[in-house]
Design a protein. Structure first.
Length: 216
């Protein structure tokens, strides 16, 4: 008898719990992409929802190809506390965003009423595309290892820039200059963080949450 080659993946209880929590906290839906959160303190959450919708609309207007990638691979865009600005969670098909990394710039630009708000929005949209590209590569079985992560991050960074080019109509020379500025130092540092360093980062996040709660 031939052995069946297809394997049925049964979600773990933790995965099911996470998906239900994300669905329960969903407060907006953009073309089937759910915008939600996984934080106790909802600081700036309304702004996160509004700006995320604006970013998705910007992507849909200027780069339908990237928008379809997000729509195909991303089930949730979630405001979460992270040790980086963005992270892809393939288990729940979630693009996790720590909006506290982006919020101050959006606020100052919006209050001042200057054009830099559009630049920040384009940058934020690029981050969503970056994480969706991780999802795309994961779906193609590209492993994220010490040998491959720099190549993968370079691909994701390049996709960000291709979106910028669509919005701002870069010249060929400007495109090449933009690619040459790709800096993977941050990815190197993050990938090689020890368990203790990750714990320290988590402690810093918790302290920040406590300060926000005290301020309120």
């Amino acid at each position: 008898m031939k052995r069946c080659r297809w394997k049925i993946k049964i979600p773990s209880l933790w995965t099911l719990h996470s998906r239900r929590a994300l669905a329960r906290n969903t407060s907006a839906n953009f073309e089937g992409i759910k915008i939600t959160h996984q934080v106790m303190q909802h600081t700036h959450y309304k702004e996160f929802v509004r700006i995320t919708c604006e970013a998705l609309q910007l992507i849909q207007d200027y780069s339908p190809r990237h928008f379809q990638r997000i729509k195909r691979h991303v089930r949730f865009i979630s405001y979460e506390r992270l040790i980086s600005g963005g992270q892809w969670n393939g288990v729940t098909a979630t693009c996790a965003i720590d909006f506290s990394y982006f919020y101050p710039e959006f606020t100052s630009a919006q209050v001042a009423g200057d054009s830099s708000y559009d630049s920040y929005l384009t940058y934020y949209a690029g981050v969503l595309i970056h994480e969706a590209t991780h999802a795309r590569l994961k779906s193609l079985d590209f492993p994220y290892t010490k040998k491959t992560y720099r190549r993968i991050e370079h691909i994701c960074e390049t996709e960000e820039r291709r979106f910028w080019w669509a919005v701002y109509e870069f010249t060929e020379d400007e495109k090449q200059e933009s690619l040459q500025k790709i800096d993977l130092e941050g990815s190197d540092q993050f990938f090689h963080l020890s368990l203790w360093e990750r714990i320290q980062k988590a402690r810093e996040i918790i302290k920040g949450l406590n300060r926000e709660e005290s301020a309120e």
